[in-house]
Design a protein around this ligand. Structure first.
Ligand SMILES: [Zn+2]
Length: 482
């Protein structure tokens, strides 16, 4: 005889005609969910929009959580915000320096966090539970990686950076732009044994499908011919046009990493079945040096404050259990100032439970995590967790949340039973995040023309595709410029 309270699981959440963005947000969060279907109900809580109506009637014992009500208290429409793909020019202040970069228009991490808090509160009010698969393998709290974008080759800076990174193969990912490196096979040979991914052939992210396909594939082939096994891609300038997403998906690339679609956010699929996006922190030493140059400040004067900034950022993100992913370039930056890399690695070492893993490894973990399914039931004062799809190569943890407090438990077996009163809790996610502000003006004629032409100077003139009007104009203008 089944105890009546064990009859319907508190998790998974059951979704009826959900927006894709809700599935994506729950997947990032690690909250188990499934779609409502005829037959035996999979869970007690059904999430549906009362305005749109349910596809299936509620079954005995099921309870409706109206998504419209949850969303209303947020003020904005999170589905629209999370599906937004636009970027804009944003600014942060780092001490007296205004640091600028073109990043995702919407702070999707912030939108998702507020959405998840509203949903958790709605579920908890109805007697439910917020229990999720941890974002890292047990016992880790957050994932760390230094991403190196090799746009061009500068022997001295390249070797200085690799020297500073010695012994850190597990925590570093290299992405190589091939046009310059194909002339330096000795440099590519030095990257054997590291995780290497593609960064295109020419250093440009094109607006259309065909040119991206050509550029990504050509860069990839150079790396393969050099005896490397590229895995993953990062787009030049951190842009992520839809055409690039399609190319990466069709080429079967495991992951990509930009800040034009989202920043400081957990990995996600931009579209159903899309390439895993692993967003990166948009502030790098490079933009700090650019800000210094435009303010007339000597580069050497900003190294110390920039180092403090990155050390503090690593410590804060770790405390909050958020991804710790930083990027920069060897030439004139990390290779020229390797002390900053050493300081960042030391700061990461100070975080005892920081998972140092390449981005390829993080992508593999994320895919394994997506296959785990949990069912959670209440039995008196205890919860019982039934797990399926546990990977054999990672240790899993689940997190039980109560407000801003979280307790982590290893999930070694397929069944876990616990009492919330016997757990040790930590407080998380209270820190105010470092927010960018918008600085761009409405796009003038010049900006519109540049966008129409997909303007850039990385592609050699003779390689510009002139079969379209915009391509022909771009080639003509580039010729005039000489
Ligand atoms: Zn680059």
């Amino acid at each position: 005889m089944i105890h009546p309270e064990l009859a319907l699981p508190l998790l998974p959440l059951v979704l009826d005609r959900p927006p894709f963005e809700l599935c994506r947000a729950l997947d990032q969060e690690g909250i188990p969910f499934c779609l409502q279907a005829p037959g035996l109900p999979a869970g007690r809580f059904v999430l549906a929009s009362s305005r749109a109506g349910c596809a299936y009637p509620l079954q005995n014992g099921q309870c409706l959580v109206d998504l419209d009500e949850v969303v209303e208290c947020l003020g904005d429409d999170p589905w629209r915000q999370l599906s937004d793909t636009r970027s804009h020019r944003a600014q942060w202040t780092l001490g007296p320096l205004p640091v600028r970069e073109e990043v995702s228009l919407i702070d999707k991490r912030d939108v998702r966090r507020r959405l998840m808090i509203a949903l958790r509160e709605a579920i908890e009010r109805r007697g439910g539970v917020w229990l999720k698969v941890a974002s890292c393998p047990f016992p880790y709290r957050a994932a760390f990686c230094l991403r190196i974008d090799h746009d061009d080759y500068h022997a001295e800076d390249f070797h200085a950076l690799l020297h500073a990174l010695r012994g850190q193969e597990r925590a570093v990912s290299h992405y190589v732009c091939a046009a310059d490196f194909m002339r330096h096979p000795e440099a590519l040979a030095r990257l054997r044994g590291w995780h290497v991914g593609g960064h295109g052939f020419h250093h440009h992210t094109y607006a259309d499908y065909e040119q991206n396909l050509r550029n990504v594939s050509r860069g990839w082939q150079v790396l393969e011919r050099a005896g490397l096994s590229p895995d993953g891609f990062v787009a030049p300038h951190g842009r992520y046009p839809a055409a690039l997403g399609e190319v990466l998906k069709n080429l079967g690339i495991s992951h990509s990493s930009e800040f034009g679609l989202a920043f400081d956010e957990a990995p996600f699929e931009p579209s159903p079945g899309g390439v895993l996006q692993i967003p990166v922190h948009p502030v790098c030493l490079g933009v700090v040096l650019e800000a210094a140059a435009s303010s007339g400040i000597e580069p050497a004067a900003v190294i110390e404050p920039a180092t403090r900034y990155f050390e503090q950022w690593i410590a804060n993100r770790y405390e909050d259990g958020e991804p710790v992913l930083l990027y920069d370039h060897p030439t004139g930056r990390w290779g020229h100032y390797p002390q900053i890399v050493r300081a960042m690695l030391a700061a990461a070492r100070d975080c005892g439970l920081l998972w140092r893993a390449t981005m390829a490894e993080q992508a593999r973990w994320w895919r394994a995590r997506q296959k785990i399914s949990l069912r959670v039931l209440r039995d008196g004062d205890e919860y019982v967790v039934f797990a399926n799809g546990l990977p054999s190569n990672y240790k899993i943890a689940v997190e039980y949340w109560r407000g801003e407090h979280v307790a982590q438990m290893p999930l070694a077996e397929k069944v876990l039973r616990f009492s919330p009163s016997s757990l040790a809790y930590q407080r998380r996610g209270q820190r105010k995040r470092f927010q960018p502000v918008r600085v761009d003006r409405a796009e003038g004629l010049r900006g519109r023309v540049k966008r129409f032409l997909d303007w850039e100077k990385s592609t050699p003139i003779e390689e510009i595709d002139s079969s379209t009007v915009s391509g022909w104009m771009k080639r003509t203008l580039r010729r005039w410029q000489g």
